[in-house]
Design a protein around this ligand. Structure first.
Ligand code: NAI
Ligand code: MG
Length: 335
């Protein structure tokens, strides 16, 4: 059976890492067809807008998109194309695994294997109620947390734990200070957690969580938290395991899901063919899990680990002398 997915090659290093990712994906015979769609600077040049209707239609139709990084031009249209996409499709769950890999420049070459589940649509990132007083002395911002939004993200985290055989969910909050917003999130999380007696649940305040992550990251399994805390914590976790070249992310909603690397379009190395394709490939792994091909997802992850172990054709960010395509070919040869 074939399935069509939307492919967005994106800006900067986007086309290079997408070519590499599709090369590996083709080598897997996963039965996927690609519908190409434009977004970002490429789309602005070709269609006169950053996020053309045809791209939105394609994602709506196929429900699955693999997306390279997009450059949001300063002072143009939306504050961020990525935030806009999350809003349009109500992609409420941002799922970011962080796992130790061999031969990275990580401080934790082993022992880290956790997933941050970040609420993606509420909190400090709704973009509402932002104002600056006329004298420029006072700035304001509205944060909104809903019981429904909290419930569905915490439920997503517990369901993910069950599905992946993980044992523990840590609810990260700041309810001691942010009594209304973080308080509602925490109270809702407790109600949901009670429905999952098979999964251990603990609560941790966000600042302590940051210290604990750096001191003893092995204590974490799944972290679930609100938008701003999740943004910061997931980058912290990416840093623990060796940086952006290895950090994938999924944006999941009920109508669509978009899989991407956490990093941006890396203008400093664009066009040189040296970008690390692993983050996007690990996002491909998340996508394969999501569309019901867990065997292929595992196959892909094993091939990535084996290639890192062999130090075969690694890109310069990992200390190697390979390039984007030679790295991808080395991975494909180990599938
Ligand atoms: P960036 O992630 O593009 O680059 C940060 C540093 O990491 C650079 O030194 C870059 O060379 C390096 N890097 C990133 N990905 C790499 C890879 N695969 N292999 C090797 N090295 C890699 O962040 P920056 O410079 O802050 O943003 C550049 C542009 O990307 C901006 O326009 C920003 O808006 C956009 N962006 C897009 C995202 C998305 O589409 N999801 C996410 C983050 C930023
Ligand atoms: Mg971020």
């Amino acid at each position: 059976m074939t399935q069509t997915i939307t492919v967005i090659r994106g800006d900067g290093i986007g086309p290079e890492i997408m070519e590499a990712a599709l090369f590996v994906l083709d080598a897997m015979n996963a039965g996927l067809q690609y519908e190409e769609a434009d977004a970002g600077m490429v789309a602005l040049e070709k269609h006169g807008e950053l996020l053309p209707q045809s791209t939105l239609d394609s994602i709506r139709r196929n429900r699955i998109a693999l997306k390279s990084p997009l450059t949001t031009p300063v002072g143009e249209g939306f504050s961020s194309i990525n935030v806009e996409l999350r809003k349009r499709f109500d992609l409420y769950a941002n799922v970011r695994p962080a796992k130790s890999f061999p031969n990275t420049k990580s401080r934790f070459p082993s022992g880290v294997d956790l997933i941050t589940v970040r609420e993606n649509t509420e909190g400090a990132y709704i973009g509402e109620g932002q104002s600056l007083s006329e004298d420029g002395e006072t700035a304001m911002l509205t944060q909104k947390i809903t019981r429904r939004g909290s419930e569905r993200i915490v439920r997503y985290a517990f369901e993910l734990a069950r599905k992946t055989g993980r044992k523990k969910v840590t609810v990260v909050h700041k309810a001691n200070i942010l009594k209304s917003t973080s308080g509602l999130f925490l109270r809702t999380a407790r109600v949901v957690a009670a429905e999952y007696p098979d999964i251990q649940c603990n609560e941790m305040i966000v600042d302590n969580t940051c210290m604990q992550l750096v001191m003893r990251p092995e204590q974490f399994d799944i972290i679930v938290t609100t938008n701003l805390f999740g943004d910061i914590i997931s980058d912290l976790c990416a840093g623990l395991v060796g940086g952006l070249g290895l950090a994938p992310g999924a944006n999941i909603g009920t109508e669509a899901a978009i899989f991407e690397a956490v990093h941006g379009s890396a203008p400093d190395i664009a066009g040189k063919g040296v970008a690390n394709p692993c983050a996007l490939l690990l996002a491909v792994g998340q996508m394969l899990d999501h569309i019901g091909q867990p065997e292929n997802a595992t196959r892909l992850r094993h091939a990535i680990v084996a290639t890192l172990e062999a130090k075969d054709s690694l890109t310069p960010d990992l200390g190697g002398e390979g390039n984007t395509m030679s790295f991808a070919k080395a991975i494909a040869s180990r599938l």
